[in-house]
Design a protein around this ligand. Structure first.
Ligand code: BG6
Length: 484
C-alpha cells in the first residue's frame, strides 16, 4: 500500500553514493511532496561515530542552493544510527529506532525501505542482519524492501552466487536492483517511442536499419576511483549494465502489456538471443596516464574504453550490428542511441554523398531526439543537403524539470513498481553475454590499446564501426538548439 508510515534506511550513510545521490534524491522527493513529514522517517546507518546533526551537516553540504526552510525541515526527518555491518548489536539498535517511530505514528501499516549504499561485498551480511533483526513486524500490514546497486558480481559465477545468497533471504519482489540508466527520462521514453508510434513500427528491423550504436562518452578519467575501477573496467562499469539495458529497450519485442513482468520477460528474451561475442569485433582502449594513479597497478590491462559489437540471432535483427561503445577521458560527455538506416535504393539524388538517415536519441546532456534527413537545399538550385527534425527537450518542454534518475527509482520502490529494476534472470543473461570476453581480458588474451586522453578513443574503434557498416556523415554536426 502507499499508505502508512514509511521508514527509509540508508545504509552506508556517510559514503559517497549516499551523500551525492541518495540523500539529494530523497530531498527532492520531499521537496515535491512525494514523501512528507509526519509520514516518513529517514535513518542513516554507518560505522562512523556521528551525531544526528553531524550527519545532517554532511548532507547539507550536498544540497547547496536548496531553500533553507525546506532543507531544515527535511534534515529534521533524518536520524543517525551507528553500528557495524556484520553483527547484530547495531541492527538491533536500528530496529529499535524504527519501531519507536512506528509506534509513535498514527498509522497501522509499517513500510520499511532499506537502501544499501554499500560495497557489494557486504550485501550478504547486511541482508542477513536486516532479515534477522529489522523486518517489518508481521502483526502489521506493510512491507520490507531492499535496494541494491551494481556491481553485482564480477562474472557469471560470482553474480549467481550473490543472487543465490540474497535470494535465500528475500523474495524477488522485495529486491530492487538499481540500474540508474533505467531512471533516465529518455531511456524511459524508448518504450513509448517504439510501441506508441506507428511511424517507427514498420521501420524497426533488419530490412531498414543498417546498424545501431549505443554510445557513452565521458570527458574525465577515473580520478579518485582508480582502486574500484581497476577491479572492474569499463565493460563491467558501463556496458554490461547501463548500455545493455538501453540495448534491451531498443531491441526487444513488444511486451504483452506494461506490467513489469511482461516488460522484463521481453528483455530476458532478447538478451538470450544475443550471439557469443566475436573477439574480432571488440576494441579495447586504455587512456595514457590511467596508470599514474597510485591505486592502479603499473601493469594494468583494465580497459577504460571498449567498443563491442553484439549480434542478435532473431528474425528482426539478424545481420544488424549493435555497437556498444563506452569510454572515459574522451573529448566529450554524452550518451546516445544512434539508429542508422540503410541507403536509399535506386537513388536519383546521389543521397549517398549526403549521408544516411539516422534517428538519434540523445540521452544526455541536452536531451533530444532528432532524425537526420536529406532535404532540398532552400533556394533556386535543385540541390540537396542534410537537415533534421528536431525534438529538443530544452526547447519543447521549457518549464519542465526532468527528474533525476535516483529520484524516480526510489519513488518506484516506495510504490512497489519493479518495471525499471533488473530482475534476477535478466542479470544472469547479461553476465552470460559478457563473461567469456571478460575472462579473456582478465587472462591477458585481449589487450587494451593506448589512446590520448581528450581524444575520440582508439582509431581502431572507428575502424571497427566502419567495418561492420556504420557510415559516418562528414560535414554535418547537430547543434543542440538554444533559446534565443
Ligand atoms: C556509474 C559508473 O554507474 O555511472 C560511473 O560507475 C559513471 O563510472 C556513471 O561515471 C555515469 O552516470 P551518468 O548518469 O553520469 O551518465
Amino acid at each position: 500500500s502507499e499508505q502508512g508510515c514509511l521508514s527509509i534506511v540508508v545504509l552506508g550513510a556517510s559514503g559517497d553514493l549516499a551523500k551525492k545521490k541518495t540523500f539529494p534524491a530523497l530531498y527532492h522527493l520531499f521537496d515535491q511532496g512525494f514523501i512528507q513529514s509526519g509520514e516518513v522517517h529517514i535513518f542513516g546507518y554507518a560505522r562512523s561515530n556521528l551525531s544526528d546533526d553531524g550527519l545532517r551537516e554532511r548532507i547539507r553540504g550536498y544540497l547547496k542552493g536548496a531553500p533553507e526552510e525546506d532543507l531544515s525541515e527535511f534534515l529534521q526527518l533524518i536520524k543517525y544510527v551507528s553500528g557495524s555491518y556484520d553483527n547484530g548489536e547495531g541492527f538491533e539498535k536500528l530496529n529499535k529506532a524504527i519501531s519507536e517511530y512506528e509506534a509513535s505514528s498514527k498509522s497501522e501499516s509499517y513500510r520499511r525501505l532499506f537502501y544499501l549504499a554499500l560495497p557489494p561485498s557486504v550485501y550478504p551480511s547486511v541482508c542477513k542482519m536486516i532479515r534477522t533483526y529489522c523486518m517489518n513486524p508481521s502483526s502489521h500490514p506493510g512491507w520490507t524492501r531492499v535496494i541494491v546497486e551494481k556491481p553485482f558480481g564480477k562474472d557469471l559465477d560470482s553474480a549467481e552466487e550473490l543472487s543465490a545468497q540474497l535470494g535465500e533471504l528475500f523474495e524477488e519482489h522485495q529486491l530492487y536492483r538499481i540500474d540508474h540508466y533505467l531512471g533516465k527520462e529518455l531511456v524511459q521514453n524508448l518504450l513509448v517511442l517504439r510501441f506508441a508510434n506507428r511511424l517507427f513500427m514498420p521501420l524497426w528491423n533488419r530490412d531498414n536499419i543498417d546498424n545501431i550504436q549505443i554510445v557513452f562518452r565521458e570527458d574525465f578519467g577515473t580520478e579518485g576511483r582508480g582502486g574500484y575501477f581497476d577491479q572492474y573496467g569499463i565493460i563491467r562499469d558501463i556496458i554490461q549494465n547501463h548500455l545493455l539495458q538501453v540495448f534491451c529497450l531498443v531491441a526487444m519485442e513488444k511486451p504483452v502489456s506494461l506490467k513489469p513482468e511482461h516488460i522484463r520477460d521481453e528483455k530476458v528474451k532478447v538478451l538470450q538471443s544475443v550471439n557469443p561475442i566475436n573477439p574480432e569485433e571488440v576494441v579495447l582502449g586504455q587512456y595514457d596516464g590511467y596508470k599514474d594513479d597510485p591505486t592502479v597497478p603499473d601493469d594494468s590491462n583494465t580497459p577504460t574504453f571498449a567498443s563491442v559489437v553484439l549480434r542478435v540471432h532473431n528474425e528482426r535483427w539478424e545481420g544488424v550490428p549493435f555497437i556498444l561503445k563506452a569510454g572515459k577521458a574522451l573529448n566529450s560527455r554524452k550518451a546516445e542511441v544512434r539508429v542508422q538506416f540503410k541507403d536509399v535504393p535506386g537513388d536519383i539524388f546521389k543521397c549517398k554523398k549526403q549521408g544516411r538517415n539516422e534517428f538519434v536519441i540523445r540521452l544526455q546532456p541536452s536531451e533530444a531526439m532528432y532524425v537526420k534527413l536529406t532535404v532540398k537545399k532552400p533556394g533556386l538550385e535543385m540541390a540537396t543537403e542534410q537537415s533534421e527534425l528536431d525534438l529538443s527537450y530544452g526547447m519543447r518542454y521549457q518549464n519542465v524539470k526532468i527528474p533525476e534518475a535516483y529520484e524516480r527509482l526510489i519513488l518506484d520502490t516506495i510504490r512497489g513498481d519493479q518495471q525499471h529494476f533488473v530482475r534476477r534472470d535478466e542479470l544472469k543473461a547479461a553476465w552470460q553475454i559478457f563473461t567469456p570476453l571478460l575472462h579473456d581480458i582478465d587472462d591477458g588474451k585481449l589487450m587494451a590499446v593506448p589512446y590520448q586522453p581528450g581524444s575520440r578513443g582508439p582509431k581502431e574503434a572507428d575502424e571497427l564501426s566502419a567495418k561492420v557498416g556504420y557510415v559516418q556523415t562528414h560535414g554535418y554536426i547537430w547543434i543542440p538548439p538554444t533559446l534565443a
